[in-house]
Ligand binder design. Sequence first.
Ligand code: ATP
Ligand code: MG
Length: 444
Amino acid sequence: MLDDAPVRVAGLNHYYGRGALRKQILFGIDTEIRRGEIVIATGPSGSGKTTLLTLIGALRSAQEGSVRVLGQELNGASSRVLESVRRNIGFIFQQHNLIASLSALENVELGLRVTRRYRGAALRQTARSMLEAVGLGERMGYRAESLSGGQRQRVAIARALAAEPEMVLADEPTASLDSASGREVVDRMQQLARDRGTTILMVTHDNRVLDVADRIIHLEDGHLSGFTDSVLANNRHMMGLLADSHRKEDLPALVDGLDEESFRDLLQQLDQESRRVLEATTLANDLVFRSLLEQGLFAATRKLAQLFDAERASLFLVEPTRHTILLRVSENLPETPIRIPIGTGIAGAVAATGQPVRVDDAYADPRFNPEVDRLLDYRTRSLLCLPIRSRSGEVFAVAQLLNRRGGRPFAAADEHRLGEFIDSLGVVLESLHDPLREAEDVLT
Ligand SMILES: Nc1ncnc2c1ncn2[C@@H]1O[C@H](COP(=O)(O)OP(=O)(O)OP(=O)(O)O)[C@@H](O)[C@H]1O
Ligand SMILES: [Mg+2]
């Protein structure tokens, strides 16, 4: 079947050990990888990533459930079928399976020869350029046994990629590489996926390469984790595939459906992701993370409104160099930025004083600035407005709940409860904030 996904896993359980020692490692795994898709699997040590990879790679027999790979059902398959599936897969595993007595170049050539695509000088040239790409140009003539672990890993990568297999299964391929060669390796994988429709499943803990993924799946104690999976699934590429994707869950809808406790968990996760962004400058420009956080921020803001029985929630960002606040998150946000001077309007007053404000009837309050209502075609009645402080303590943003449903005003208890949520939101907001961009805005 032409349009059959190269990997379809359904209801997969896996156990190690026998009798009383039998222990379940994978639980009801369902996933599908499409042709040319790059999927990254993450998860703590021992969560079952390598096990899943070896099952998909036909290196281990499936015990329960279905594992269809490259059109073949592997559960119950004969060794001949397993072998034929394996032949179309390039493996980059922690144990590299190089031939110790052959040189790096010979090991890669051997991998290439199997494909029968190259011979003679072309074969040697392809092998060389692949070794150069993984930073082993100087070591091609060394025997595998005299290379370091990291160097052997690179030879294994060169060998797997040079053969241009239909699918690549890689377990921590960049773990022993410095960041430049790690980058080169994943870029090459991405190129392969693009040019030849190679399907790639890669386990990695390396945050610097996550952006090559079309989709990130997360294993936790042998379960594919639902939430992280769906949140992380919302990356750049998936957005592009939105129209034809049946698997992508709509993040705002997902968040809307959470109860308060799950929502707190979600905020905490976002908060943690954000701290990672703040701490690792390499991640600050990572589009996957930024887009994840951006959507998380929007969804969480909407969720706040729902939790507080408010019609709307919005977030303003303080722009100190401009002396304005910028409406950052809101329903119906127009393309032209909405800015109001610090000190005017209620959010502006909160930004200036750092004090929360509760108002029962906005239009009766002299501080209220109806301009934002006008721009958003909205009518504010009741309002609860709180400062969000940055990690260094200054008022950095303002959170606002609008129009308590049922005609009741917001209460002091709401103020307290909102305060508990917005610290996390503040961290997310802060990590998305780019002071340089703001400075440029002022100049232009
Ligand atoms: N051959 C085996 N026999 C028995 N138990 C095993 C075997 N291989 C793995 N396990 C156990 O299965 C669980 C999952 O192991 P697995 O290697 O799949 O984890 P992982 O997610 O790849 O971890 P890491 O990130 O450390 O590589 C672990 O608890 C491990 O101890
Ligand atoms: Mg592993």
